[in-house]
Design a protein around this ligand. Sequence first.
Ligand SMILES: Cc1cc2nc3c(=O)[nH]c(=O)nc-3n(C[C@H](O)[C@H](O)[C@H](O)COP(=O)(O)OP(=O)(O)OC[C@H]3O[C@@H](n4cnc5c(N)ncnc54)[C@H](O)[C@@H]3O)c2cc1C
Length: 385
Amino acid sequence: MTQHISPWMDDELIMLQDSLREFFAKEMVPHEERWQKQGHIDRDFWNKAGEIGILCASVPEEYGGMGGDFRHEAVIATEQFRAAGFSGFGNSVHSQICAGYILDYGSEEQKKRWLPKMATGEMVCAIAMTEPGTGSDLQNIKTTARLEGNEYVLNGSKTFITNGQQAGLIIVVAKTDPSQGAKGVSLMMVETAEAEGFARGRNLEKLGLKSQDTSELFFDNVRLPPENLLGGVEGQGFYQLMKSLPQERLVVALGGAAAMNKALEETVAYTSERRAFGKPLLEMQNTRFKLAEVKTIAHIARVFLDDCVAKHLRGELDATTASMAKWWVTQMQCETIDECLQLFGGYGYMSEYPIANMYADARVQKIYGGSNEIMKELIARSLTS
Ligand SMILES: Cc1cc2nc3c(=O)[nH]c(=O)nc-3n(C[C@H](O)[C@H](O)[C@H](O)COP(=O)(O)OP(=O)(O)OC[C@H]3O[C@@H](n4cnc5c(N)ncnc54)[C@H](O)[C@@H]3O)c2cc1C
């Protein structure tokens, strides 16, 4: 099948793509089934990923990163989906989201303290926004970080946190001023090894993403020095989150587009082999037309995302366009993978076929990173402005 080459790719990125294909095929794909059963990836996979330089790829070399830019992150995110559909490797959260917060808003001391350890895989990072009582309505969080003397005292609970079981560093969204809404929100950095009063809850059982750890987290009078307030100024958290969300949404969409392509490849391969009524399924007009539709949608998604990546590299990806990319691509991901699964017949419903996992994994893409309804709300706000 001809492959889409994005206009922002160059020779160096093509080399990175090739080495990622080799790395994921050797170090990730063969373990995926076992990881799904144990509910998380092996901890040392993070160190292996660090060794080949794919953690914190867009972090400057002086902080231990690869010194790349968002194109490197896009290639890494895409290749992960391409290799395994999804897999539990929570690098999008670690590198493309958390490292970005530290790089963009952290003090020099904070960048030097955490980024090099994240780049080697010594420290896995998570971001904890969602609480049992609130997700979409982020301003309404109840977790507090109150200044007592010269220390913050963190109290609250979080849920659905990606990398929650393996994280050594957690960016906790908390209210430093509970009397305020958005203006009272700050990002508190918790190093789990040193945090007395911190506890991890269950590794949550999920419909899909079985090899990714997703957890409840509890903070009971966790004492933090002021150096653990990201950026050093209270009340900046909501602004920091809003500024970074377009990249998070673009990353979700890139994964969705890569998953669509993977589903298409798997389905073409299967329907070429599987025969019914004396001929391969792929020779039947319905199969051909369905897959022609999937191929068209996947191509439109890639072209739209190429434009988003180019805008993002120029610092021009606005919240409206990122929201369009997130809702539309993830909606298409779910619809096209459903069509592909149908063409596998009963085998499509069996876990040993990747398409079944891809179907289950796709569903959450419409929920996290801001639900698709919130995306439409954000887009709708631009209708009259
Ligand atoms: C596998 C997984 C991984 C996750 N990883 C993380 C993570 O690493 N860190 C983190 O902080 N969170 C994470 N989340 C949480 C995720 O971001 C939230 O689930 C999501 O933001 C929705 O919040 P909620 O579940 O509280 O749903 P709610 O806010 O209760 O919303 C439920 C539904 O109501 C509708 N709705 C809500 N508000 C509106 C509105 N204004 N207009 C119209 N409809 C609306 C939508 O259909 C929405 O899906 C993860 C979730 C999952 C399932």
